[in-house]
Design a protein around this ligand. Structure first.
Ligand code: ADP
Ligand code: MG
Length: 712
């Protein structure tokens, strides 16, 4: 009879109610299954034995075979310590206990071979080992325990309550005795043989009691693969189910708006990447399923025109479209840009932001509801309940990392309600959704985090762009930098100077910005030089005014905080100076740099820093100077910060992985995704005989929510 792995841990010999309680509370271990999945953090190599005469003062952990020849108590300031003399055929040393002495005295056997293990100290001319981990040699040999000793995750409470690593190890051994170490296979024969993976039982055994390094590595690989495989399976299935369940609004035709624009008004030839992405979007919109697509494209890669042409597809099918951007500045800019693009097309397009006047607002609401308006552009203001569309067919979100999931779902609910034959309101059909981001998400992460979104990538910049030259300068070279600025302005270029604004020290930052502004103003005096300033504390109207002066070329220098980080497009600006660059994150630096290099001129990015740089900031600055490739930068960023800070990771659960590591195990992830796709492509419902084990495992995982509870 096989043991049911859902058996509560209390039933395991050596556990009992008290320990069971602790294991539940401290490590979340409720069942046999949970215990099996408690994977060691690391392993100590116990293949090596030391002789006492080989010990050195800097020895880390060592293992020695020998006998205790005597024990004595030594009084000390507080209490006493127990000291044993331990001997092997090369010398003697001391073992020392400060706690638990009674138990030691009663249980230790003299003149019997022990295997001891622990850290060695050099003290008063002798080597000693405090609180050694020890075991009679005969037991040591009998144990399932292997040369590589697993070290399990633990908590202070557990070790204080006597549940040491050794105890967990013992419990684990008991579990293997009870189950005979036989565990149901959870991957298919095909995958096992193609990848030459260890069987489930072998893998589980070797993760807890590795026979050698090689088997340990194979066990780890197999278990990581399995973990990532089922996450990918889940994500891909979710996507498939979504596509079959969530009806979309079928945009069946490519019509006049799109064709006229494409044939007569396209301001430039689309890049191949733009064409490809448009085709992907077109396919989604033409299918019966709701589109949920993420469009990734580095700064300046030309996402806006793709967004616009997608909106034309909606209009051609009788639907409205909207575009939401995270800031007022960006919304205004999109509005102006799209208005110009649609100049000849007879499209009604409006802007709605927090600072729209009441009257204007009311008019927009009305026009939107009765269908007079085709395209609405704006900020969060679009999400208000009062904003009702007649028939919203496509919602686009720009710089999506600035918005939360909640906001995306609010847009979902703005789709057209349908009235069926019985005059009953059915729930709204969600509009198609396109989210755009210039913060490239490393592919590895995108797969795990956005596995349920479809992804398009614009991986090509419009032609004629020159790579931005990026340099690092110390504050003391400011005069030289200013001279450079003067030369560029002489050539007719415009300059950004950006100061950090980090919330915790907002006051200080604000002062930095103002000081900076004054010093710039001193070096670039009126009337020859005109300077704009934009920061978060200004009224939207004033910001807009200053922004417009810069866009029109009336000012040559824009001093700003990071409010200009996203999207702002002034092609004539060719120099980006970032002050205190060491205080910015990599993706932010990259975003800021993307404000220049938008015209035909050679552009520059100058990273100003103080002399003191942490190793992380050095790495960031170095990366910026080395490459313009957003994906490469994102990878470095991921390695520096870990996935925790990267958008979407919190919800996705990649942080709760038991054994795999999203960064270090990229290759395994890729392979897991490949196989998950392959399986589902040929057998979407997992009905085939060969996928029986996969279906079964998948059902178990969902049933007991072992790993799925974090995926929404
Ligand atoms: P982003 O992807 O950062 O939003 P934009 O859509 O703002 O980029 O485009 C950046 C600039 O490149 C704009 O001035 C735009 O007009 C221009 N552009 C976009 N696509 C092309 C193209 N295929 N050829 C030439 N210029 C282009
Ligand atoms: Mg943009």
């Amino acid at each position: 009879m096989s043991v049911n792995l859902q058996t509560p841990i209390d039933y395991l010999k050596g556990v009992g109610p008290n320990r069971a309680d602790l294991l539940k509370k401290e490590l979340g271990i409720h069942t046999y299954q949970d215990l099996i999945n408690l994977f060691p953090n690391r392993y100590l190599d116990r293949t090596q034995y030391y002789k006492i005469h080989q010990l050195q003062r800097n020895n880390a952990e060592v293992q020695i075979v020998g006998e205790i020849i005597s024990i004595k108590e030594i009084a000390q300031k507080r209490g006493k310590r127990l000291v044993a003399t331990f001997k092997d055929d090369s010398g003697t040393m001391e073992l020392v206990w400060f706690r638990g002495q009674k138990w030691i005295r009663e249980n230790l056997k003299l003149k019997k071979p022990y295997v001891i293990f622990g850290k060695v100290n050099w003290f008063n001319g002798v080597f000693s080992m405090p609180h050694p981990d020890m075991e009679l040699q005969e037991d040591h040999k009998k144990n399932l325990g292997s040369a590589m000793q697993p070290i399990y995750p633990s908590t202070e409470k557990l070790s204080n309550m006597g549940i040491t690593n050794r105890v967990i190890n013992k419990i684990m051994q008991q579990l293997f005795l009870d189950t005979k170490g036989r565990f149901t296979e959870s991957l298919s024969e095909n995958i096992l043989s193609e990848l030459k993976l260890l069987s489930k039982s072998e893998a589980i055994f070797n993760i807890h009691f590795p026979k050698n390094q090689e088997l340990l590595a194979r066990a780890q690989f197999r278990l990581k693969f399995e973990e990532l495989f089922y996450i990918q399976l889940q994500l891909i299935l979710k996507n498939l189910i979504h596509k079959s369940k969530i009806k979309g609004l079928p945009f069946t035709q490519v019509g006049t708006y799109f064709n006229t624009f494409y044939k007569h008004h396209l301001p430039f030839e689309l890049t191949n990447a733009q064409k490809r992405v448009l085709k992907e979007i077109r396919q989604d919109l033409g299918s019966n399923a709701q589109m949920n697509r993420l469009l990734q494209g580095d700064v300046g890669s030309g996402k806006t025109i793709v967004a616009f042409m997608s909106m034309l597809m909606a209009l051609d099918n009788g639907y409205q479209a909207c575009l939401m951007a995270p800031t007022e500045i960006l919304s205004v800019q999109h509005y102006n840009g799209l208005k110009e693009l649609s100049n000849e097309l007879n499209i009604r397009i409006e802007l709605l932001t927090g600072s729209s006047k009441t009257l204007k607002r009311r008019k927009i609401h009305e026009a939107l509801e009765n269908g007079e308006l085709d395209i609405l552009i704006g900020t969060h203001a679009l999400l208000e309940d009062k904003v009702k569309f007649k028939n919203l067919g496509l919602a686009i979100i720009d710089e999506q990392h600035r918005f939360g999931v909640e906001q995306r779902s609010k847009l979902w609910r703005k789709g057209p309600s349908q009235i069926d034959q019985n005059e009953v309101n059915t729930p709204p059909t969600p509009p198609h959704i396109l989210v755009m981001t210039a913060t490239p998400i490393p592919r590895t992460l995108a797969m795990s985090v956005y596995g349920d979104l479809d992804i398009s990538v614009i991986d090509e910049l419009p032609p004629g762009r020159q790579a931005i030259k990026t340099v690092h300068r110390y504050d003391k070279n400011r005069l030289k930098v200013f001279r450079f600025i003067r030369d560029e302005i002489e050539k007719g270029r415009q300059i950004y100077i950006v100061y950090p604004l980090i919330q915790e020290s907002e006051k200080m930052d604000y002062k930095d910005l103002m000081d900076g502004y004054e010093s710039v103003a001193r070096d670039f005096p009126l009337p020859k030089y005109q300077i704009s300033i934009v920061h978060g504390k200004m009224k939207p109207a004033d910001k807009e005014f200053e922004m417009q002066r810069f866009i029109k070329g009336e000012t040559q220098i824009m001093v700003a905080t990071t409010v200009i980080e996203v999207g702002v497009n002034v092609p004539n600006a060719s120099v980006m100076i970032i002050e205190s660059a060491e205080r910015f994150g990599l993706s932010q630096l990259h975003q800021l740099r993307g404000r220049v290099g938008r015209g035909a001129e050679q552009s520059y990015c100058i990273l100003m820093t103080s002399h003191k740089l942490s190793s992380d900031s050095k790495k960031r600055i170095e990366t910026m100077c080395r490459t313009n490739d957003g994906f490469e930068i994102a990878e470095v960023d991921l390695n520096l910060r870990g996935p925790g800070d990267i958008m979407g990771t919190q919800q996705s659960g990649v942080l709760n992985l038991k054994i795999a590591d999203i960064i270090k195990d990229k290759d395994i992830l890729q392979s897991a995704r490949y196989y998950a796709k392959k399986v589902l492509q040929s057998d979407p419902a997992l009905r085939a005989e060969e996928n029986k084990t996969i279906l079964y495992t998948y059902q178990q995982l969902t049933k007991y929510k072992n790993i799925w509870n974090y995926i929404s």
